[in-house]
Write a protein that binds this ligand. Structure first.
Ligand code: FES
Ligand code: FE2
Length: 454
């Protein structure tokens, strides 16, 4: 089979859209009225990720995606395309499917027994003769929802006459394609209920100003000096942050874990970098180019040298962050709580390329084919090792459960911020650094939706 050819992801700085200076008032984070506006103008208007396409590989496989108070039934069709419907029986409005996922040739409503096929058409019911307008079979269908598949994700949009998919996802599809996420396995799928508004978490991902304070441990291998990172904001509300990786941050000469382990994994001696630790990034890029093919890193050949070491962090409108790393793809998404603006459902996925053979120490976050307790192939994730197969969904409540060390650090601040933003002590706006301008921009795009400019 021919190898795919991808355009290289541009690194050139995208010109910043002008900011209006909209205030970021506290009520946006706790007002039920504002929450309703978000539902009316954002959640029912935007393309959003419903799930992972490879987890419904066979005809009749389905999963249910929940957003706000809605449930969406996503079904693999006989022709292998994917369709999405409201998970509601039009007869009298009962929920149709009461499980999160499965495989069914037909969906039978548990209330009066109406039966729908996987294309959403009513195909059977009791007493079909008992309707003044005739048998509804073949006429009644589940209400369909716009659905598309890209980057291995299933995307849905609840608006009938919705935004053009490609325009809405510009430029992230092009930028992410070389990683080929459709060939990755979601090995971690956690949802954590957090006592804060969803935007507090999304705001946090819209700036790296907090990284040196809150995540000092990351400075061993990810750049946190804003002057050495790049921030790009796109017209449609998405943005990205390019963070050099595999070298110590802030010009440091400290060679600590996991950077030293990464050097060793790629046949480099940490001792050789004493006094010139800033050179580890380029040295690792070179070694990865040289050795990755033999070691089974099939995806490296499609990435640029920078992508072999750096973190391409896409923070997308309205609420999903997708970080492309050389070793895996991280999705972090605070979903709005269905009823309470002071709670959210924070999701954390980790996806890895499946690889045939790779030693446990090959790199600090890649697939590790060592065996788990049940003899399963295991892989490293931000919350520890998991089997290298589609993950079962885990639900946790913070702080009883962990979302991973770094995400937990972010959540710990979010709880305090939720309280503080309700206090008179906050004032009526944030006082932002220049490097936090993506936070302002994000709220301005949100206002554009709410006030009907988009
Ligand atoms: S509500 Fe579904 S069959 Fe009546
Ligand atoms: Fe953070």
């Amino acid at each position: 089979m021919d190898k795919p050819v991808f355009k290289q992801t541009p690194r050139t700085k995208h010109p910043d859209p002008a900011l209006r200076g909209d205030k970021i008032t506290g009520d946006r984070y706790y007002s039920k009225e504002f929450m309703q506006k978000e539902w009316d103008h954002v959640w029912t208007n935007v393309w959003q990720i419903a799930g992972v396409a490879s987890e419904i590989p066979e005809p009749d496989d389905f999963f249910v995606y929940k957003i706000g108070t809605e449930e969406i039934l996503v079904v693999r069709q006989k022709d292998l395309s994917i369709k999405a419907f409201y998970n509601v029986c039009p007869h009298r409005g009962n929920l149709l499917v009461h499980v999160d996922k499965g495989c069914l040739e037909t969906f039978k409503c548990t209330y009066h027994g109406w039966v729908y096929n996987t294309e959403g058409a009513l195909i059977d019911l009791q007493d079909p003769e008992d309707f003044d307008s005739g048998n509804p079979c073949g006429k009644v269908t589940l209400k369909k929802i716009n659905c598309d598949v890209a980057l291995g994700f299933v995307w849905i949009n609840l608006k009938d006459d919705c935004q053009d998919f490609k325009e809405a996802l510009y430029p992230i599809i092009d930028h992410m394609m070389p990683y080929q996420p459709e060939k990755y396995v979601r090995v971690l799928n956690i949802t954590c209920e957090v006592n804060c508004n969803w935007k507090i978490i999304h705001d946090n991902f819209n700036e790296s100003y907090h990284v040196p304070t809150l995540h000092p441990d990351l400075s061993t291998h990810i750049e946190s000096d804003y002057k050495l990172c790049q921030f790009d904001m796109y017209e449609n509300g998405h943005n990205r942050m390019l963070m050099p990786g595999h070298r110590p941050a802030l010009g440091s000469q400290v060679l600590d874990f996991p950077l030293d382990a990464a050097l060793e994994a790629w046949d480099l001696n940490p001792e050789d970098f004493k006094g010139n630790a800033q050179e580890t990034r380029l040295a690792i890029q070179k070694k990865k180019r040289e050795l990755s093919g033999d070691r089974g890193f099939w995806h490296y050949e499609f990435l640029t040298d920078e992508q072999l070491t750096d973190y391409y962090f896409y923070n997308c409108f309205p609420n999903y962050s997708i970080t492309m790393t050389p070793d895996g793809i991280q999705v972090l998404r605070p979903q709005p709580h269905p009823t309470d603006p002071e709670k959210c459902l924070f999701e954390h996925w980790w996806m890895v390329p499946e690889m045939e053979s790779l030693s446990a120490s090959a790199t600090f976050m890649a697939s590790d084919t060592s065996k788990g307790p049940a003899g399963e192939k295991m892989t490293e994730t931000p919350v520890g090792p998991r089997p290298l197969k589609p993950a079962e969904h885990e639900s946790i409540i913070y702080p009883e459960g962990s979302m991973g060390f770094t995400a937990d650090q972010d959540i710990s601040m979010a709880l305090g911020q939720q309280k503080g933003l309700k206090s008179k002590g906050y004032g009526d706006d944030a006082i932002l650094t220049n490097q936090e301008r993506r936070v302002r921009r994000y709220h301005e795009v949100l206002n554009d939706y709410i006030e009907g400019r988009r």
